[in-house]
Design a protein around this ligand. Sequence first.
Ligand code: HEM
Length: 409
Amino acid sequence: MDGLSRRKMMTTGGVLGAFGALGMASPAGARSLWTWAPSGSVAGEGAGLDPEWVWDEEVDALVAAVIDRGDVPRVNEELVKWTRNDQPLPAGLPGDLREYMERARQLPPWADRKKLETAAAFNERRGIYLNLLNGVGGGMLSTAIPREARSVYYSKGGADMEDRVAKTSLLGFAVGDLNAYRPDGKVVVEAVKTRLVHAAVRHLLPRSPGWSKVSGGQTVPISQADLLVTWHSLPTYTMGRLREWKVPVPPADAEAYLHLWQVTAHLLGIRDEYIPATWDAADAQYGQVLEPVLAPTPEGVELTDILLGQLAEQTSPGGIDRPLVNALARYLVGDRVADWDGIPAEPFWERAIATAWPKLVAFREKLIPLPLVPPLAWTIDEAVRQYILFYLTKGRGTSITLPETNRPS
Ligand code: HEM
């Protein structure tokens, strides 16, 4: 961690001080007892095992073997050829991995094509909110999830956040696309590749001295519990904000949007017995798994700074400067998480956004006429559009591939 980040951390409202000096584990283990019943899941039943102790056994073993026998470059060469949902898997993949991926790419029997189409249309109509919340909001939330921030920081992509953001946006873009689950869409491809990447991280990260020092006793990263936490930082957080912003979401759209993310969770390797069946079940699980683990970490603060710096860089010289970027990020995640992420307070822009954003939403929803929208709102609207453009175009020309190392120390 460089000197700048250290200084920045010192000024992060002293919050980190509460958890000890730099580099010491924050309460990454601060999770509540697992009491969520599998009857609330898409499977409707299950063993009720604590997902903290469940990973992704089969693919973890396969990918570990690929790494250990030095096959990563060869596998990556094949993975980049696989780009569409309906495309046969590349013939050059090792047989065992190919056979596994053939099974992993199948939609679950409970997937409902009609709902997936409704969700795609909803994504198109509501793209501005959904992309903003999933892309920027979800990103800022994830840096306040200690285990995620630390895994990302100490893994290969942590050293090249430009590339990491680009690759991550590929999945977000695929999910939000009108073709998402159609034959020419990409969600199945990106989700299965991500499942493989997570398996690689489970094999590699335990060898990272940096990660092992801050893992809070966790010996293998990205458990099913961790996957659920991050999953909630996407659809559940997003739906919560849409409700708060009073964006009208018809029940059929809400159900379809949940379904889209249920199917995506399945493809990412989350077991059906943990995937919430309804929004009520999702909200209950969110309260149990996500809320209690949010906390500041030095790694999260540094990653947030890099992410926001990238946004500001991309959106200038169009005229959007870092204070507006900061203020919008603070608005999306709220003061508590923003302080934990070390996002500086920007009183002028924060006040402007708090006043203008609800008016913009109401105007877009045809609830108020144009004269009631303050002129400054259009600067904010333009910033939002630029963020989204940044997020959606970031992944062009890149591809999700297996890492073969951790972050070089
Ligand atoms: C990689 C999405 C959960 C840590 C990725 C990638 C995507 C993604 C799209 C590929 C991009 C890349 O290779 O850089 C998701 C989604 C999740 C989830 C949608 C949950 C629903 C998690 C969790 C952790 C995690 C819980 C850690 C606690 C990582 C790391 C990498 C990665 C460390 C790649 C590392 C590298 O750069 O080498 N994830 N992720 N992810 N994910 Fe996740």
